[in-house]
Design a protein around this ligand. Sequence first.
Ligand code: COA
Length: 340
Amino acid sequence: MLNQELGGVALVGTGSAAPQAVLDNGGLERRVETSDEWITTRTGIRRRHLAAPGESLTDLAELAGRRALEMAQMEAADLDLILLATSTPDDLFGSAARVQGQLGATRAVAFDLTAACSGFVFGLVTAAQFLRTGVFRNVLLIGADLMSRWVDWDDRRTCILFGDGAGAVVIRASDRDRLLGFEMRSDGTQNSSLTLNFQAQARSLEPATATDGSPLAVALGTYQTVAMNGPEVYRFAVRRVPEAIEKALFKANRTAADLDWLLLHQANQRIVDAVAQRLEIPPEKVLGNLCEHGNTSAASIPLALDAAVRDGRVKPGDAIATAGFGAGLSWGAAVFEWGA
Ligand code: COA
């Protein structure tokens, strides 16, 4: 049955989880030719949490989800949909269903959403469509990534940037619509700037042949490590992210001056500062966790949101502009108000 009388969405709970093990810049100095000074001044990152071999993305996502449900005072059985934004699932078939099973969200359908570091924003907008049309009432959106599994730990240009974590929000159908505006974009022509590509090795299927008698081979393989053109991604982010936020603000009928908070995907403090400056948003209105977590991909926005909600910085009714950007290339922004 459609609950068309509601028509809007509200974010009513947050949760997060990060692995216990912490690698600081000093530890990285012992592994690759770098320095705490270089990493701190170029990125703002000081530490990152790394999953141990026995830890799973599913468990971290479940924990973040449980904490968000608790804040929302909701049972897992109340959920209609679980969206898991991730590029690093435990299982290439998807990890959302495992999270659903572990949570005991018996009524919920669950699926993964792959949009790299834009995953959380794309997930928020996707969830809103199901809620606004009245198809579902309660959605758990989780952004989770274990980037440490896919980074070349001998490549100083990338390994210093990434960390592991999970963050979640509960989004509910509401008569007051708290998602005020959004913008989502992709540009596959720049895909090679940031990739985690499949690497195939041809495997002959001899003595089997194709039905026409020709030889057959398939491509077996695994994934490479993260490959990135840092300066190109940097330029892309600094140009496209403010544009997307301005479009989302326009659709929300707001200006940057109306915002209480700016919460960007945590990739590099210099990107955050440049975007804030372009939008004329003062540093005290900028949320983030780069220093502690590095770039946790789809997890970075909900991880930082959860911390700010729990320590009381973000209050009910606060207007927040958020933006994700990264591989695809993809980018997106959303303007929303926190709370019921
Ligand atoms: N430690 C010390 N030196 C390093 C280093 C490290 N970890 N990584 C690179 N360098 C060196 C380079 O080799 C280069 O030296 P050279 O001039 O002798 O060749 C120099 O530092 C400058 O490299 P460059 O890549 O131009 O640095 P940068 O100022 O662009 O910073 C990034 C590099 C990766 C921090 C920056 O480009 C960035 O953050 N880009 C965006 C990446 C991103 O956000 N990715 C995820 C998107 S979701």
